[in-house]
Design a protein around this ligand. Structure first.
Ligand code: HMG
Length: 387
């Protein structure tokens, strides 16, 4: 039975910081950020966009194309959770008027959360082929002003519809996993900013990639040349480039060239949006699908990584007509219509977004009409509204 990704919805907030501006403000050579880190811009969420509102907005991108009554599962993967108890899925369910008969909950393992949800959704649809599942990854990456991680921030959400006979990517059986209890990146409950051992985190990421990639190839009897493209969790594009270098090492010229070309297509959106944690791998997949000139049947490898740490490699095959399911011009507009912030504006927005909103004070959003936003709390209950 073929199960996989049938729809992909993407959302990112309407403001960004240009990396050349940031480099000048931080007395760094712009090429360190543009080439050394591989980022051109990063999206900035003001206090009216949070994991929930971005998740609603990403799912809205395909809502009018699906049968709502068939949705039997809604999983929300995030490490930017807005409540210690109630799951983000329930806010989304309410905003989008999804069936009450649905199973809804939230999952967490750093950036691995969306992949964890996707795998559960795949198994759910196998058991309930007449139902579909929505899996959302939504996050704001915040390291702090003037920290080494600042250049690797970002904000956004990816929402996937998983069903049988999918129209975009069929998920193959099998997966290889590797986990270890380590402290490369974490965010204690009392902090809105991530803590990170930056250099160590990059080593662990590559180590987990090598381990899971090798194990997967062995499990499925595949070689590097069998993959049309490999997509990676992309905390910043240079990180994934280093993994792709491992994948092309010692390969024939055609394989190296193909994996390099597809990597260029896969990194485009992430280089402009930044790290969106759980959604990052799937933003890269979306970028590949929209720029990579793929054909039906092409084999795409996917490497998911969540700090703490958990790695998984799996694969999917591209479905005939997948292009018709995408909204490339909508994604371009979302990214290109963002307003560029001065560094002073960014620093103010960043600082404001760290403070909890004052209860009873309504927030107003400057996103475009139709967009959902966080409107403040009433009696400590979060309010979400549509512009
Ligand atoms: P840093 O110390 O500022 O940077 O921090 P650097 O000195 O290592 O320089 C970066 C690169 O720029 C180097 O290249 C330099 O040579 C180069 P590399 O050696 O890596 O190839 N460079 C230049 N290139 C061109 N022209 C120049 C120039 N100058 C220098 N003039 C670091 C970098 C990534 C450590 C920091 O930004 C950080 O801590 N980021 C956050 C952590 C992170 O993203 N880790 C990724 C792996 S962990 C992960 O993916 C999980 C995560 O998404 C969280 C989750 O799971 O939830 C983070």
């Amino acid at each position: 039975m073929s199960v996989g990704i049938d729809k992909i919805g993407f959302f990112t907030p309407n403001k960004y910081v240009d990396m050349v501006d940031l480099a000048h403000a931080r007395n760094e050579d712009p090429n360190k950020f543009l080439i050394g880190i591989g980022q051109t811009a990063m999206s900035i969420a003001d206090k009216t966009q949070d994991a929930v509102s971005m998740g609603i907005n990403a799912t809205l991108r395909y809502m009018d194309k699906i049968d709502k009554d068939k949705v039997g599962l809604l999983i929300f993967g995030t490490e930017s959770s807005v409540d210690q108890s109630k799951s983000a899925s329930l806010f989304v369910k309410n905003a989008l008027n999804l069936p009450a008969s649905m199973r809804a909950f939230e999952v967490k393992e750093a950036c691995f959360g969306l992949t964890a949800g996707l795998m559960m959704a795949r198994d759910f649809v196998r058991v309930h082929p007449d139902q579909t599942a929505i899996v959302i990854g939504s996050d704001i990456a915040r390291y702090g002003i003037k920290t080494p991680g600042e250049v690797t921030q970002g904000a956004g959400s990816i929402s996937l519809l998983v069903k049988d006979n999918p129209s975009i990517l069929e998920l193959n059986d099998g997966h290889s996993d590797y986990s270890e209890d380590i402290n490369d990146f974490w965010r204690p409950n009392n902090s809105k900013l991530a803590k990170v051992d930056g250099k160590y985190s990059t080593q662990v990421y590559l180590d987990f990639f090598s381990k899971t990639f090798e194990a997967y190839k062995k499990q499925k009897n595949l070689a590097n040349k069998d993959f049309t493209a490999i997509t990676y969790h992309m905390p910043f594009t240079k990180m994934a480039l280093k993994a792709n270098r491992i994948a092309i090492e010692g390969q024939d010229e055609a394989t190296s060239q193909r994996l390099t070309d597809k990597f260029e297509a896969a990194k485009k959106w992430s280089s402009l949006v930044g790290n969106i944690y759980t959604g990052s791998l799937y933003l890269s997949l979306l970028s590949l699908l929209e720029h990579g000139n793929l054909k039906a049947g092409d084999l795409v490898g996917l490497f998911s990584y969540g700090s703490g740490a958990m790695g998984e490699f799996y694969s999917g095959n591209v479905v005939l007509g997948y292009e018709d399911q995408l909204d490339k011009s909508g994604d371009e507009e979302l990214i290109n219509s963002r307003r560029k912030l001065s560094i002073a504006e960014y620093e103010q927005i960043f600082t404001d977004s760290l403070a909890d909103p004052q209860d009873g004070v309504a927030l107003l959003s400057d996103e475009k009409p139709g967009t959902w936003y966080f409107a403040g709390t009433k009696d400590d209950i979060r309010q979400y509204k549509k512009i």
